[in-house]
Ligand binder design. Structure first.
Ligand code: CA2
Length: 149
């Protein structure tokens, strides 16, 4: 199967590789986008990568994806734990999506344990570091392939 995936990174993920290496590692956002694009291309998918610190921009990108993407890989950052609007955008467009978290949110503060997306995500990869993005791409591609057959 060939197709296109949207990779969305939410607030503060532009800081990857510059601070908190003990929690998020040393890879930069550019490294993450490259590794996800490589994983996608090895499976015959193109990948468009967008990072934004603004909830509305992320929602606009999700809406636009319904015209040209087959699925979405998203690390919503802190919006994971707060945003009904992001959930509504994802369920509204109806594209299958993978929720990724670099850190193990369940081993951190209690406010990170709740996700507004966990019950509607097709795939979840939590706490596998930045390699989790490649894993999410592979699992989402497998989900799409299985759905097509
Ligand atoms: O583990 C993850 O990927 C998170 O989605 C990252 C969010 C956090 O709010 C979630 O609970 C878990 C925060 C992203 C902030 O990223 C930074 C990276 C480097 C330095 C500072 C922040």
């Amino acid at each position: 199967m060939s197709g296109r995936l949207l990779l969305l990174n939410g607030p503060n993920l532009n800081l990857l590789g510059t601070r908190e290496p003990g929690v998020y590692g040393t890879a930069t956002l550019a490294d993450v986008e490259r590794l996800a694009a490589d994983a996608a291309s090895s499976l015959g998918f193109e990948l468009r990568a967008v990072q934004s610190n603004h909830e509305g921009v992320l929602i606009d990108e999700i809406h636009a994806a319904r015209h040209d993407c087959d699925g979405i890989v998203i690390n919503p950052g802190g919006l994971t734990h707060t945003s009904v609007a992001l959930r509504d955008a994802l369920t509204g467009v109806g594209l299958p999506f993978a929720e990724v978290h670099i850190s193990d949110v369940y081993a951190r503060e209690a406010f990170r344990h709740h996700s507004y997306l966990d019950d509607v995500a097709a795939v979840r990869v939590v706490g596998h570091g930045v390699d989790g993005y490649a894993e999410a791409v592979r699992e989402l591609a497998a989900f799409l392939r299985h759905r097509e057959s």
